[in-house]
Design a protein around this ligand. Structure first.
Ligand code: ADP
Ligand code: MG
Length: 279
């Protein structure tokens, strides 16, 4: 009997089972009488438990795509499904971590983490147990009574991650979450995120414009083009972790990605020049 239950649990965790599906997604913003095609013809499938990075220079539609998956901004055309269900609104199956630390300033660290659980009407004892476990997991025990304003950027981002983990969403959507941190703090949090990801088996869709960050973290790197935002390349990264420059494959991939991102950055610069000279 126990074996049967275990096999059902295992079956749900088969790597590669489709969790997020993006089909034919376009997104057009109309501002000041003209259209900006932020996304065009995006097709993307993310498997359960995969760590996928969206990589590209500023303005290529990474946040727009992530926000569409989160259900914050519907696509102009196309369909996004999560576990086969169309995404129409934000939902508890998708937790979001933003670049700026989206914490409640009037709540302590522990209260910020507990907030979503209280909304779900979880009992006090269970909330406390869950919060204590997360404080330990993210090395925040000594900070539980502090307010966000009294924390460093790295600490605040730890709290933001703990808050999403508290809800136990199967999917974590992260929009340049470590972009504002110094290099050392950033590496520490990248390592913690990888450790948690390996431990809890969540699906991660992670936006970054850092090539090194994408290679360090991802199972797959989706390189995007600049306006219209399309998928330029979908690259599987098959390197053991932890990854660093001592692996020749790391450096080869870094050169390849740099070339691709530079091409898109140049298109961005050319467009900037055109828009300035058109005024
Ligand atoms: P990235 O996250 O890759 O930097 P974004 O998804 O933020 O890119 O933006 C993609 C493009 O869409 C950009 O040209 C941006 O100016 C435009 N854009 C994004 N959001 C809006 C909006 N709410 N209104 C108008 N244009 C927008
Ligand atoms: Mg962005």
């Amino acid at each position: 009997m126990i074996t049967a239950v275990k096999s059902i649990a295992d079956a749900r965790l088969v790597p590669g089972a489709t969790q997020i599906e993006v089909r034919g997604v376009n997104k057009v913003f109309t501002t000041g009488g003209h259209d900006i095609v932020a996304l065009q013809g995006i097709d993307l499938t993310v498997g359960q438990g995969e760590f996928v990075c969206l990589l590209g220079p500023s303005g290529c539609g990474k946040s727009t795509l992530l926000n569409a998956v989160a259900g914050f901004q519907p696509p102009s055309q196309g369909v996004i499904t999560v576990d086969g269900q169309p995404v129409l609104t934000p939902g508890p199956d998708r937790g979001m971590v933003f670049q700026e630390y989206a914490l409640f300033p009037w709540m302590t660290v522990a209260e910020n983490i507990a907030f979503g659980l209280q909304i779900k009407r979880m009992g006090r004892a269970e909330v406390k147990e869950r919060v204590d476990a997360l404080l330990a997991k993210l090395h925040l025990q000594d900070f539980r009574h502090r307010y966000p304003k009294d924390l460093s950027g790295g600490m605040r981002q730890r709290v933001a991650i703990a808050r999403v983990l508290a809800l136990d969403s199967p999917i974590m959507l992260m929009d340049e979450p470590f972009g504002a941190l110094d290099a050392l703090t950033r590496r520490t949090l990248q390592d913690e995120l990888l450790r948690i990801w390996e431990e809890v088996g969540k699906t991660v869709l992670f936006v970054t414009h850092s090539i090194e960050e994408s290679i360090y973290l991802a199972d797959r790197i989706i390189v995007m083009t600049y306006r219209p935002g399309t998928i330029k390349r979908d690259i599987h990264v098959d390197m053991p972790r932890p990854r660093d420059g001592s692996n020749p494959e790391f450096n080869r991939l870094k050169r390849e990605l740099s070339q691709m991102v530079m091409e898109e950055q140049q298109r961005f610069s050319q467009e900037e020049i055109r828009s300035v000279t058109a005024d």
